[in-house]
Every structure is written in structure tokens, then in C-alpha cells.
Design a protein around this ligand. Structure first.
Ligand SMILES: [Zn+2]
Ligand SMILES: [Zn+2]
Length: 87
């Protein structure tokens, strides 16, 4: 094995442009460089999503997740107001 130049599997490249990868896409797990991902704000942390996953996502994917949470907040607010009036 001496003198043999082998491919180093630890040297990871972006699946889209073959630049050195910065991390994995939160959607599909593909290795991506910083130029090929877009940061999306999540509830607890930012998600780095690649171009392909951005294209697959609906225009406003956060709205669907946001709505039940907002309804719960409104319901809690109404319950609080009702409790204030009842007290
Ligand atoms: Zn890239
Ligand atoms: Zn992806």
C-alpha cells in the first residue's frame, strides 16, 4: 500500500457543486457547501436546506406548522380572559 494515492473518504464535497462540504441538508441529508444551502429558521434552531429541498418545499412551509400553535395560543388567551371575567 506504500506510495499509493488513495481516495480519502473523509474529504467530503458538496453534492451540488463539489466544493468542500460544510454540512448536511436538513431535508435530504445530502452533503452541501455553504453556498448551496439556505438557512431556514426553525422553532429551536436553524435548518440548512439544500436547493433541491427548497424547490420541493411549498412556498410557505412554516405556515402549516405555525397555525395549530397559533390557534392553541388564541384558545389559551380566550380561556384566560374567560377566567378573568369569571373571577
Ligand atoms: Zn455547493
Ligand atoms: Zn436537501
Amino acid at each position: 500500500m506504500s506510495g499509493l494515492q488513495t481516495f480519502d473518504p473523509d474529504d467530503l464535497y458538496c453534492a451540488h457543486c463539489h466544493a468542500p462540504a460544510a454540512g448536511m441538508c436538513a431535508g435530504c441529508g445530502a452533503l452541501c457547501c455553504a453556498d448551496c444551502v439556505e438557512l431556514r429558521m426553525g422553532w429551536t434552531r436553524q435548518r440548512a436546506v439544500c436547493r433541491l429541498c427548497l424547490a420541493d418545499e411549498p412556498a410557505r412551509p412554516s405556515a402549516r406548522r405555525w397555525r395549530p400553535w397559533a390557534l392553541g395560543l388564541v384558545a389559551a388567551g380566550l380561556a384566560w380572559v374567560a377566567w378573568l371575567w369569571a373571577a
